[in-house]
Ligand binder design. Structure first.
Ligand SMILES: NC(=O)c1ccc[n+]([C@@H]2O[C@H](COP(=O)([O-])OP(=O)(O)OC[C@H]3O[C@@H](n4cnc5c(N)ncnc54)[C@H](OP(=O)(O)O)[C@@H]3O)[C@@H](O)[C@H]2O)c1
Length: 302
């Protein structure tokens, strides 16, 4: 039976991938940074030799978007060199590589959803480093490398926007949230499901290597998203007020339009991820439970 190896197991997404694999009875091994440093060829080689995976899912990344602006070299080591090292090892072993990437590889100033093959043009250091990782995977593994771009990710197992809003609702009378950035909130469990199905399709020869867009259907703004979170909490959505990005200047520029197109799913025989509102409603009880249990700190990571 083929084994799957999941990197970045200490992060938000990887545990959901492992849970989804377990649900399908697929043998899988999760490795956190301490056991498997993706930037270290020796560490990667040892893990590949020990587990002999048929599929590697790379959930490891430098995700501190603002920090990358001043530490681009360090971010590039994880987001660019890391995927290259994994791709080289997968090439040698004949393994499929599913590599998770981001909407930040695009300029984010479009007006219609970015297709899988739309020109990239990152505006941030994080986006540049993630684009370097995509390039390495696609160049080294033209037949077995899969880049899965996601965005606005949330899940019970990590700090994220939804959990932050659940916490803030309890302590703030009103909240000002930006209404001039559009995107697709995406639940880690939905992305995990598509990663597993893509990997299964790759092994079965029904899914071709290349770029896939692992984001929810539909689109919204952070403001509308927060109003939906308040509704689900039973709180008055009018307490959430619209503001602009100018009021929240951050070290890394935020894309104003980060909506990804899903046409590419057609060729895979797998349907695109469902609408973001439906996913949020299903995910919500687990997010509230995780947040009220207060088991992870709030950060600005993504
Ligand atoms: N979260 C979002 O909104 C979002 C949006 C778009 C794309 N993505 C992408 O989605 C993927 C998963 O994100 P996530 O939210 O699960 O991120 P996360 O919670 O930050 O998890 C990333 C994990 O990678 C680990 N890591 C860092 N450097 C490593 C190295 N050299 N070797 C091995 N592991 C290393 C981190 O460990 P430490 O904690 O020890 O550093 C962390 O546990 C990433 O590729 C990210 O770029 C996320």
């Amino acid at each position: 039976m083929s084994v799957w190896l999941v990197t970045g197991a200490g992060g938000m997404l990887a545990p959901d991938v492992l849970e989804r694999l377990a649900a399908d009875g697929i043998q899988a091994v999760g490795r956190g940074r301490a056991d498997l440093d993706i930037t270290d060829p020796e560490s990667v080689r040892a893990a590949m030799a020990e587990h002999r995976p048929a599929v590697v899912v790379n959930c490891a990344a430098w995700t501190d978007v603002d920090g990358a602006e001043t530490q681009e070299e360090a971010a590039l080591a994880v987001n660019g060199t890391g995927p290259r090292v994994l791709a080289e090892a997968c090439k040698e072993a004949g393994a499929v590589l599913l590599h998770v990437s981001t909407d930040y590889v695009f300029a984010g100033d479009g007006t219609k959803p970015y297709a899988e093959d739309a020109p990239t043009g990152p505006r941030s250091a994080y986006g540049r480093t993630k684009l370097a990782g995509e390039g390495a995977v696609l160049d080294l593994l033209p037949d077995t490398g899969h880049v899965v771009r996601t965005a606005w990710l949330y899940g019970a197992g990590g700090p994220n926007f939804v959990r932050t809003m659940i916490k803030l609702e309890a302590v703030k009378d009103t909240l000002d949230v930006v209404d001039d950035q559009r995107g697709q909130p995406t639940w880690t469990a939905d992305l995990a499901d598509r990663l597993v199905r893509l990997g299964q399709g790759a092994l079965a020869g029904t899914v071709k290597a290349g770029v896939h867009h692992g984001t929810s259907s539909g689109e919204t703004t952070w403001f509308e998203f927060t109003r939906e979170i308040f509704r689900l909490l039973g709180a008055d959505p009018e307490r959430v007020r619209p503001t602009t990005s100018a009021a929240f200047v951050r070290p890394a520029p935020r894309p104003s339009y980060s909506v990804l197109g899903h046409e590419g799913w057609r060729a895979t025989g797998i349907e695109p991820i469902r609408d973001w509102r439906e996913a949020l409603a299903e995910a919500f009880p687990s997010l509230v439970a995780a947040e009220r249990g207060n088991d992870t700190p709030d950060t600005t990571r993504r």
